[in-house]
Design a protein around this ligand. Structure first.
Ligand code: PLP
Length: 360
């Protein structure tokens, strides 16, 4: 079976985890937490990074620290993983959906303005499938309307916009370290920022709202959103190899692109001029998507359909049309993109995919 994603844990992960076990520091205190956060911040060129227990709570923590509350509206793309919308709801705020761009499936910046009201307080651009959003345009709109910008970087660690890494292109960047993400800690996440106040607020809130100076004194209702030292140990080992992970993923993307180009049933997504994509999961739009998924499966190749538009699902249902999100959702497929993938396997996948059209 060729899997869609696989964690690559062949570096110092085991050594560091054994060190945690031997030292007894397996909960949310210990040296690996700071080492992981520092290394992560340095990599993203962010002033601050604070680790959290997963990517979903990273988004909730960021929104909470930014003061998003009941009655507020938060703009998000309609094509994303459900957690982006759920995090807004956790604050009792209202997600307002915007369609995505035809070329890269990131939020369509031309559509954002139409959705801004007096209640709009924040915008969450999602760097979907490893492709960075047009952050200059988004920041311009945000400045004009005084909005907080929270990047959902869950799928895009290492992606670049105009030569700058995602994560501190807005006010806060949120990352996920779920097993299939660019790096993994099993479950885990990170919030990055250049803003000291937001950083301090996030640290306070993720730690039960407990004062840093006065133990068991809680000036606010907080959460327990901490990462463990053991998870951070895995994360540090993963960050030691981040450059080779990104290089490998870009190579995978280039190999797929060259093998699938100029095919009448296959539409390759563009890498924008300003972008360095990281190919979280290789993504293409294809004809007869569901048949192709079945064909690949019968050849022991795992693939995934794109996300459903958020407004197609019961908690967020809307009759409003989102033409690009709907089209991409129906025709989009993710192909195996693990850093452990070999070139011969990519060739095999593309061969089977293209052959399938001859038989349909
Ligand atoms: C994975 C993901 C999340 C959530 O991360 P978890 O660590 O699984 O909670 C949020 N947003 C996007 C776009 C994701 O892909």
């Amino acid at each position: 079976m060729i899997h869609i994603a696989e964690p690559d844990l062949t570096g110092n992960e085991l050594t560091y985890v054994i060190d945690c076990i031997n030292s007894g520091w397996i909960s949310s205190r210990g040296q690996y937490i700071k080492r992981f956060e520092d290394r992560f911040a340095k990599y993203c060129k962010a002033k601050y990074a604070t680790s959290v227990s997963n990517g979903t709570v990273a988004l909730h923590l960021a929104l909470a620290a930014a003061g998003i509350k009941e009655g507020d509206e938060v703009i998000i793309p309609n094509l994303t993983f459900i957690a982006t919308a759920n995090a807004v709801r956790y604050c009792n705020a209202t997600p307002v959906f915007v369609d995505v761009d035809n070329d890269d499936l990131c939020i369509d910046t031309k559509e954002i303005k139409k959705k801004i009201t007096k209640k709009t307080k924040a915008i969450i651009p999602v760097h979907l499938y490893g492709k960075p959003c047009d952050m200059d345009e988004i920041n311009k709109i945000a400045r004009k309307h005084n909005l907080v910008v929270i990047e959902d970087c869950a799928e895009a660690l290492g992606a670049e916009y105009k030569g700058k890494k995602v994560g501190c292109l807005g006010d806060i960047g949120c990352f996920s370290f779920y097993a299939n993400k660019i790096i993994t800690t099993g479950e885990g996440g990170m919030c990055t920022t250049n803003n000291k106040k937001l950083y301090e607020k996030m640290v306070l809130l993720k730690n039960h709202g407990m004062s840093e100076k006065k133990r068991y004194w809680h000036p606010e209702v907080g959460f327990n959103y901490r990462l463990t030292n053991t998870q951070a140990a895995i994360g540090l080992a993963q960050m030691e190899r981040i450059d080779s992970f990104i290089k490998k993923r870009r190579k995978i993307m280039e190999t797929y692109n060259s093998l699938l180009k100029n095919h009448e049933n296959i539409f390759i997504l563009k890498e924008k001029k300003y972008a360095k994509d990281v190919c979280w999961m290789y993504s293409v739009l294809i004809d007869k998507r569901d048949d192709i998924i079945d064909t690949l499966k019968s050849n022991d190749i795992e693939s995934r359909p794109f996300f459903y538009p958020i407004t197609a699902m019961p908690p967020y249902f809307s009759k409003e049309q989102f033409v690009v999100s709907e089209f991409a959702s129906r025709n989009g497929i993710n192909l195996p993109s693990s850093t452990l993938l070999e070139e011969s396997q990519i060739k095999k996948i593309c061969e089977i995919l293209k052959n399938a059209y001859r038989n349909i």
